[in-house]
Design a protein around this ligand. Structure first.
Ligand SMILES: Nc1nc2c(ncn2[C@@H]2O[C@H](COP(=O)(O)OP(=O)(O)OP(=O)(O)O)[C@@H](O)[C@H]2O)c(=O)[nH]1
Length: 424
């Protein structure tokens, strides 16, 4: 990126992970840098901004500190975020800007807003400008995305059933945590004083598996060298979008060797469909030590559309993953064959490309036993010949789609339990 433009750092992390504490530390250690700060808080009163003002020599009335309250910069305040940065940089030249997100913010849409708004991506910004009416800011660039993780609460958060309500968008705590970990350049493993070395090492290993690209730094009370989070030059939208451990695992599957603290991953593959009733039951009783699972699967009776599985902690979501190529009209199918010549190698005479590929990441997992559980969900020889439409199927149904659309994500409807509408 152009070194002449102002580097912007975005701090994310779940509620109470230590974002404000880290920000205050960075401010107090940055005498040689003129930093501007933008703090986003969901409430009408920006408590975090007051805390920053209280513990640093920046005052809430100063032009270096801008508060964005009553909404979230990853959704309704996206335009306001750019306007605020524009206002800041019009005041005067800063060496760097740090944005503290709310505890419910997803880093990806924030990064998307900034890279589009700073004209720093290859994506077509027209739609965004039409929506926000904001001209690109040519004097800034997104430089570093940082996620602060609470080492003490990590396992609890991943096992928690807590549902966060971000202005009507409901989301599991574990889901948000995983999103924040999978999309960042620097991971600060904070509150190291509250856990023993062995727990710390295990959390660290899990983070490194979920997010192999980020630099992981242990901190206590957010005490981090400002150079680690400001003006690092680490951000790259494409790299960040593809850096999640599950994506790498799907691209280069390998049965990972047991690490010191038992964090492993593997890929489950099958060319037979899952029985909808047995697979739904397996998801109901999904092994607790699976931290993350992603991929697509073939459900008997759904021969048109592949389904996507997205497990993050206790959150299990199902979404359409696009049409099976075998279900496309002949012309479109031909186009796919031309675009992906390798398809021939795995093409099944009867079922085409239909099949299942799931990455499973977890701690102390018994691979064989989890594989067996998946295998038992596959149709038996007898079931292969049966009428698949007679199987009980409580997976969500989706309108036929051209391509996968994350917004269509829905949780699996559990018997007697209220379905959680996770669609945006
Ligand atoms: N023991 C311990 N406490 C910490 C540490 N870091 C932060 N805290 C405390 O944890 C609490 C939450 O810290 P904040 O910095 O406000 O967390 P935050 O992520 O900004 O929280 P929200 O703005 O509510 O999302 C405060 O009471 C901090 O003093 C740490 O490393 N160790």
């Amino acid at each position: 990126m152009d070194e002449q433009t102002i580097p912007v750092t975005v701090l994310s992390g779940t509620l109470g992970a230590g974002k404000t504490t880290t920000l205050n530390h960075v401010l107090s250690e940055s005498d040689d840098r003129d930093l501007a700060v933008l703090v986003n808080d969901m409430g009408e009163v920006n408590v975090d901004a007051d805390l920053v003002a209280e513990s640093s020599d920046i005052s809430a009335d100063d032009e270096e500190l801008i508060e964005l309250s009553n909404g979230c910069i990853c959704c309704e305040l996206r335009g306001d975020l750019l306007e605020a940065i524009d206002a800041l940089t019009r005041e005067r030249e800063f060496d760097a800007i740090v944005v503290e997100s709310t505890g419910v913010a997803e880093p990806l849409p924030v990064a998307q807003t900034l890279t589009l708004g700073f004209d720093q991506s290859d994506l077509d910004p027209t739609e965004f400008y039409e929506e926000t009416g904001i001209e690109p800011l040519e004097n800034c660039h997104l430089d570093t995305t940082v996620t602060v993780v609470d080492a003490h609460q990590f396992h609890e958060a991943m096992r928690s059933d807590e549902i966060l309500d971000d202005d009507g968008t409901k989301k599991h705590l574990g889901d948000l945590l995983v999103e924040q970990v999978e999309f960042c350049d620097v991971l600060l493993l904070n509150k190291c004083d509250l856990v023993d070395e062995s727990t710390l090492a295990e959390v660290e290993e899990t983070l490194a598996t979920l997010q192999p690209r980020a630099e992981i730094v242990r901190t206590t009370h957010g005490r981090v060298d400002p150079e680690t989070v400001v003006e690092t030059g680490r951000f790259d939208f494409e790299d960040a979008s593809r850096s999640a451990g599950w994506i790498r695992e799907l691209q280069q599957p390998h049965e990972s060797a047991e690490e010191e603290h038992g964090v492993t991953s593997f890929v489950f593959e099958a060319r037979r469909p899952f029985h909808p009733e047995r697979f739904a039951y397996l998801l109901d009783e999904f092994p607790e030590n699976v931290v993350r699972s992603k991929g697509h699967f073939w459900l008997a009776g759904r021969e048109e559309t592949a389904l996507a599985l997205n497990v993050a902690g206790r959150s299990i979501r199902i979404a359409p993953a696009g049409s099976w190529i075998a279900a496309l009209p002949p012309e479109e199918r031909e186009e796919q064959f031309e675009a992906y010549p390798d398809l021939e190698e795995t093409w099944d005479d009867e079922w085409g490309d239909r099949g299942t590929r799931l990455v499973v990441i977890g701690t102390e997992m018994d691979h064989e036993s989890i594989r067996d559980h998946f295998e038992l969900c596959l149709l038996t020889d007898e079931e292969m010949d049966a009428d698949w439409t007679t199987f009980e199927d409580r997976f969500p149904t989706f309108e036929p789609l051209e391509e996968a659309d994350e917004d269509e994500t829905e949780s699996l409807e559990h018997d007697g339990q209220e379905e959680i509408g996770l669609a945006d």
